[in-house]
Design a protein around this ligand. Sequence first.
Ligand code: PLP
Length: 451
Amino acid sequence: TLLKELSEIDRLHHIHPSTNPKFHRDNGPKLVFKEGKGIYLYDLKGEEYIDGVSMLWNVNLGHGNKELAEAAYEQMSSIAYASAFYGYANESTARLAKKVASLTPGDLNTVFFTSGGSESNDTAFKLSRFYWELKGYKNKKKIISLRRGYHGVTVAAQRATGIEVYRNFSGSLDPNIVNAKPHLTECEQGDKNHPEYEGSIHSIIEKEGAENIAAVIMEPIQGAGGVHIPPEGYLEAVRKLCSENNIHLILDEVICGFGRTGKMFGADNWNIVPDLITFAKGITSGYSQLGGVAMTDEIGNTIAQYDGMLPHGFTYSGHPTACAVGLKNIEILERDNLVQHAVEMGEVLRQGFEYLEGKYSFFTKGRNVGLLGGFDLMRSPEENIPFEESVKAAVTLVDECFQRNLLIRPFDFEPGMNIVAVAPPLIIEKDEVEKIIAIIDDSLKALSNKI
Ligand code: PLP
């Protein structure tokens, strides 16, 4: 059969990203997808799955959207690819740059395009450092990022990533990038007597010297670190700290951007204006590979005054087809009020989490902003006791969900961590959110018999 043939080819010839290679070589793929429609995915066996995390929190308009396919077809039929090097322009790329500028907070009116999130973060680091150099600050090179933050896997982005397993891969421990403790509002406000002060952003700025620091990067809400929403006042405190010290604030909006949290950008939940925003995923709902960096007029205009070649650019920077898909994606987001819809569906998700929290003693910390959600599993939430390692609670729950045809994602990269993310496409309807909750409910019941 086709399934057998493809599984065998894939098993022998494909190394999968973020997958156990030996397990794959021994067993082949877990699923072979055939098609998708809305929140549903179909594999070669004809099984229907609910996509509970929008694949990699990116398929925000859901699967099988013909309008996006047509936008790509039209662009490809006229000119699929045109370079943005040497000052060449084209309609889709120019219009998307303006559209993104109009949606970003504050005066982030200039955009540099890439093909994804990691490239965008590496680009933001380079542009930030380049800006400071142009301004005469020769030593502003360091980047501060947060533990548990995820910024991608290219060499700079992986070092900024605050999850050890990614950070240490390739052995490239760039000393110009430092990981700080996350989400310590009081410390960032300058409370040096706080027991956690050592290792906070504030303490690192003090130790390294603001004259050596280019930027602080963080996600508005940490995604792959386990869906961590910052405490009250945190982003405001970091914004103020950066401004006072002449340090750029880069917000990594790769997951949050373009509606996921019920606002166009994650920053809008706290009315924060960063100096740079990095974006990818949601700008095309995954229909094409596109990312970018949006920057303030101050940064954009300073770089625009540089009288030499900018030695940075990807073959696919400003790819016309990707940009045409991005334009159509944003048009649909706005036309169908999907950002507001994410708020309403987020409320249904919140109610679902509340119901599960009341029903299972080990279900805790249900949380979401719009359709970016997650929860923890613990032996005893009251006493703050995690599950024993051998239980593998999050992985087991996600496996139970998989057996009931729901795809969601576990996080257990630290001892005692059992977090599960739920982030369905923004087009999801109320009964479909309830279906997801019902499957998690059944799976929790199954889990309770195994723990
Ligand atoms: N930043 C964040 C917040 C992400 O979640 C991701 C990917 O999951 C990235 C950056 C890296 O993006 P990409 O995988 O497109 O390189």
